[in-house]
Design a protein around this ligand. Structure first.
Ligand code: ADP
Length: 288
């Protein structure tokens, strides 16, 4: 059983041939809505691989909130601990695709409402989980609070420190697993060598290296070689799948390979959640 404490959002993607200048209006070509948020994405990645997943987080009292919850439910994620806040909008990302580039404005909205009382409400679920998974798209003080709850309930905590931020050393020391990508690792551990970074973190540090795979301790587990279509959601897929491997009692190396396989399948498809593989597809790649 996996509990994800994290963000939920709706990504609103507009495409236009030209980006508007200040004060200008342009007619775009298309609007697409994609449920996202690192928390929800990682919950979906894990659920699609067959895990029993509970999402803990907040949405607003708006149509996006309804769509976000319905989407999770359709992926068999338990949404009983997703709170709907009145007087708040759901988290949204406003993405303009024009002239071959993205410009993005993120509104955190209800994701900032994740509170100690919500985490307390989830305590029994956390205690009954094999692992808890979180990211940095909820208020950072709540990461520290969650780390204390996980520690006192004896549940391992997997932290994907994205978007990059630093937390107090005593909080970092309570994380069981930490999965930064290279730029997040550089921010968290400063300009230390990789070896020094491993020395500075008492739990299991796994640095994801994109097409180069994942390095931990003295080992690098290579990525699967695939033709890339869209790397959006690679990290989310890796984290969701890695959590599934750990929850099932796989060794660290096995769980990393399982995560790499799922992430490699995801980069072959467009979109974050839409590219996340099924269990059967991951097993097939692992057997090759
Ligand atoms: P993020 O998306 O968070 O920046 P990475 O780029 O490190 O994270 O990717 C996360 C994981 O996704 C990698 O460790 C790897 O397993 C997988 N991955 C990413 N890019 C590729 C790729 N081009 N080919 C195969 N696997 C990839």
């Amino acid at each position: 059983k996996i509990t994800v404490v994290g963000s939920l959002s709706m990504d609103l993607v507009v495409s236009a041939s030209k980006r508007p200048l200040a004060g200008e209006t342009v007619i775009g070509t298309n609007l697409s809505l994609f449920p996202g948020g690192k928390g929800a994405n990682q919950a979906v990645a894990a659920a699609r691989l067959g895990a029993d997943v509970t999402m803990v987080g907040c949405v607003g009292d708006d149509a996006y909130g309804e769509m976000i919850v319905a989407n999770l439910a359709s992926q068999q994620v338990d949404t009983s601990l997703v709170k709907r806040f009145t007087n708040q909008t759901s988290g949204t990302a406003h993405i303009t695709v024009a002239e071959g580039d993205n410009s993005i404005i993120v509104i955190k909205g209800a994701n900032d409402c994740v509170s100690a009382s919500l985490i307390e409400e989830a305590r029994a679920t956390i205690a009954a989980s094999d692992i808890v998974l979180t990211q940095y798209e909820i208020p950072l003080p709540m990461i520290a609070y969650l780390a204390d709850v996980c520690e006192s309930e004896g549940t391992p905590l997997l932290v994907n420190p994205a978007p990059a931020a630093t937390v107090a050393p005593e909080t970092l020391a309570k994380f069981s697993y930490l999965t930064p990508n290279e730029s997040e690792a550089a921010l968290i551990f400063g300009q230390q060598s990789r070896a020094d970074s491993f020395g500075a973190f008492p739990g299991e540090l796994l640095i994801t290296l994109g097409a180069d795979g994942v390095c931990f301790k003295e080992t690098t587990v290579p990525a699967f070689k695939v033709a890339v279509t869209d790397t959006t959601g690679a990290g989310d897929t890796f984290n969701g799948a890695f959590a599934v491997g750990l929850a099932e009692g796989q060794s660290l190396a096995e769980a990393v390979r399982f995560g790499n396989a799922a992430a490699a399948l995801s980069v072959q498809k467009l979109g974050a959640q839409s590219g996340m593989p099924t269990r059967a597809a991951v097993e097939e790649l692992l057997a090759k």
